[in-house]
Each structure stands twice: as structure tokens, then as C-alpha cells.
Design a protein around this ligand. Structure first.
Ligand code: SF4
Length: 92
């Protein structure tokens, strides 16, 4: 159903005829770690995640699994040469 509270005009499955059915009755704004993510929606009421109603919960135990802005960082981390594989490469 289309949200009539904080994400006005956004089709959300938490929205019911009785109002927002999410815990607390509203979505929560994005957190600092979300900045740069393409899943952020800007509404008159502020910036909200378009898939998670409580972004802080997604970062509480580590990185958000749906974040779009972390891939580059991950690639850089993976770009490091594994010394074990590098030594094997030298053998061939
Ligand atoms: S997908 Fe994750 S990182 Fe992106 S806005 Fe939503 S909670 Fe934040």
C-alpha cells in the first residue's frame, strides 16, 4: 500500500489501512553508514532506505548486506595479492 506517513507516495508492504504496521509505527531515517547507498530515497520528511524500515539495525552487527556503495571497497580488499597464491603463480 502507498505510504502516507514518512515515505509519502512510496509503495510499502508495511503500510496498511490502519497506518504503518512497522514496529514503532514509522520507518527510521538512514544512518551515517548508509550515505552513498543507491537504495536511499529522499522524501520531504528526510532520507529513508527504500528496502529496510530500520537501517541502523542492518549495521548493528556489521555491514549492511544490501548496501550498494561498499562493493568498491570490497573489491579493493579482495584486490590484495594473496601471498600463498602469488608464490604458487611463480612456480608455474
Ligand atoms: S540498503 Fe543498507 S546501506 Fe543502503 S540505505 Fe538501506 S540500510 Fe542503508
Amino acid at each position: 500500500m502507498v505510504c502516507t506517513s514518512v515515505k509519502q507516495g512510496f509503495d510499502c508492504h508495511f503500510m496498511t489501512k490502519k497506518g504503518c504496521g512497522f514496529n514503532g509505527g514509522t520507518c527510521h531515517r538512514i544512518v551515517e553508514q548508509c550515505e552513498g547507498c543507491q537504495r536511499i530515497g529522499e522524501f520531504a520528511s528526510g532520507k529513508y532506505c527504500l528496502i529496510y524500515p530500520d537501517p541502523s539495525a542492518k549495521w548493528r552487527l556489521g555491514k549492511c548486506q544490501m548496501a550498494t556503495h561498499l562493493k568498491e571497497t570490497t573489491r579493493k580488499e579482495n584486490g590484495r595479492i594473496n601471498p600463498l597464491k602469488a608464490s604458487k603463480r611463480k612456480l608455474h
